[in-house]
Structures are given as structure tokens and as C-alpha cells.
Write a new protein. Structure first.
Length: 283
């Protein structure tokens, strides 16, 4: 495993209309991000069916438009449909995250797009219901020993629905209408067991302990707390703890990035065989 050294830095990049960020260590080595690791290290067979369905639905919805295009452009349009669907969902999620981060710090938010209004209203109701007091917001974390970095959404003191007491929660905002997926627990686990976080001055501080971790599933209908198992000694799948499962995803992610080095180029030599195949028409 690659050895990383402090300090961690976050760099913002732009590609077309999309923005993304990468993490680097003190030697300018890229540190894999938590969501990148899970995206590349967790098998997602359902995405194959989803991609086919999204393309088919897009083709039906845009049939007339596509019919007017020449074949080559029609092919390109069909190829892009599923990405347009995911980009729309990603942009919506990013916008809800950004607005939510401003709201939780007490900033006044105006001119909210109509399409986002239900999400924002439900998130505000969640903040009020659980009396959310933020501790860390949109904060960079890093684990040099295990080799990952990331940006957590929120660490906050809330009134726990399980105990009724004030407890410190690590929270991640999810806007998927289909609920919260299992890998969210691994994402939160990686954040929870980070070694350091960056404070407002960019200085590294020991990661803050939390009592529990959960996703906040914000949809057009509601905003609900979804507890996730992230304790080191919790056994959830095949006797593996969440942290062990995350590390397995790390290995699969590394394999996918390095697998081409396992196979060398073909070896070609002059043949010395005296045997040759002769076709009948050559006899």
C-alpha cells in the first residue's frame, strides 16, 4: 500500500460544466477519495440493467427528436442519455448539499429553485425536529495509514430518536428517491475512523469521536434519519466489520487501476518448425 504523508490538500477542478475535486498528500501524491474507492471497488450489477432501461426510456421519450437526427448523431445521443440522467441527479444532490450546508450554519437562503423547494423544506423540518447543532460542516478528512481522504457532510449534536438524549452523530445527506444503499455505511465508516480533519484554518486536527453515524435521506416527500452500522466490532456481512469491508473495496479499486500491469506484452520468436499446413488448392 502506498505511504502517504501530511498535509492533505483538496484541489478543485472543472471539466466542461462539471466540477470535481481531488486529494493530495505532502509529496503531491494523489490520495484516493472515499466515494471514488467505493464507486470503483463495489460491484454494481444493477447498474447494467439500469443503464439499459434509462437508455430505452430516453429513446421512447425523445423518439421524434432522435428520428430527425442522422444515424451517427442519433447513436451519440442515445449513448449520452444515461449520463444525462445521472448528471441531473448528481447536480440536484450537489445543490441540496450546498443549500443544506448554508442553512445548517444559519445563513439566509433565498431564491430556491422550485424543483429543489420540497427537498429544502423537508431538510429544514429535519433540522428542527432533531435540534441539529453543527460541529463540522463539509470537512476534509484523511487516514494516512489506510490511504484515503474524503469530505464528510456533517458532524452534529442531535436529539437521538433512539435514546432521546443529545448525541453526536456523523451524518451524510442522500437525495436518492430509492433510499439509502448499503455502501453508505462503508462511506460513513471510513469518515468515522479517519485520523484527522482539516479545521477552518486548514490545520489538521485529530478526528472528532462520534456516538453514531447515519444518513439523512432527503426526498420530495420527507427527510428521515437512517442509522448505519459503522462500529469497528460490528459484524454485518460474512463476519467482516464495516471497516474491513471498506478495505476490501480499497483492494478491488487498486486492482482495477493496476490490473493491466499483470499481463505483459506478447512474446514473438522466429519459428524453427519444419511442419507447415498445406491447403488442398495449393497441392
Amino acid at each position: 500500500m502506498t505511504r502517504y504523508v501530511p498535509p492533505v490538500t483538496l484541489r478543485e477542478y472543472k471539466r466542461g460544466n462539471s466540477h470535481y475535486h481531488l486529494y493530495f498528500d505532502g509529496n503531491n501524491q494523489r490520495i484516493p477519495g472515499v466515494t471514488t474507492i467505493l464507486s470503483g471497488g463495489i460491484p454494481k450489477p444493477n447498474l447494467i440493467d439500469w443503464a439499459a432501461k434509462a437508455t430505452a426510456e430516453g429513446a421512447v421519450d425523445r423518439w421524434d427528436e432522435l428520428s430527425d437526427l442522422p444515424p451517427a448523431k442519433r447513436y451519440k445521443a442515445l449513448e449520452r442519455i444515461r449520463y444525462e440522467t445521472t448528471n441531473t441527479a448528481k447536480n440536484r444532490g450537489t445543490d441540496v448539499h450546498d443549500i443544506g450546508a448554508r442553512i445548517v450554519t444559519g445563513q439566509e437562503v433565498t431564491d430556491i429553485p422550485d424543483i429543489l423547494a420540497p427537498y429544502v423544506e423537508n431538510y429544514i423540518r429535519f433540522l428542527d425536529t432533531y435540534e441539529v447543532q453543527p460541529i463540522l460542516i463539509e470537512t476534509v478528512i484523511v487516514n494516512y495509514t489506510l490511504g484515503y481522504a474524503g469530505t464528510l457532510d456533517l458532524v452534529a449534536d442531535i436529539t437521538s430518536p433512539l435514546s432521546g438524549e443529545r448525541e453526536r452523530y456523523l451524518l451524510d445527506i442522500k437525495t436518492g428517491e430509492k433510499g439509502v444503499f448499503a455502501e453508505t455505511a462503508l462511506q460513513l465508516c471510513a469518515y468515522r475512523w479517519a485520523e484527522y480533519f482539516l479545521d477552518n484554518d486548514g490545520a489538521e486536527q485529530p478526528m472528532i469521536p462520534v456516538d453514531a453515524a447515519a444518513a439523512v435521506n432527503v426526498t420530495t416527500d420527507d427527510a428521515v434519519l437512517v442509522p448505519c452500522i459503522t462500529e469497528k466490532d460490528a459484524r454485518v456481512v460474512a463476519g467482516r466489520t464495516p471497516m474491513q469491508l471498506f478495505q476490501m473495496a480499497q483492494y478491488l479499486y487498486a486492482y482495477d487501476n493496476e490490473k493491466d500491469s499483470l499481463v505483459a506484452g506478447p512474446v514473438r520468436t522466429e519459428t524453427t518448425s519444419k511442419y507447415r499446413l498445406t491447403r488442398e488448392d495449393q497441392q
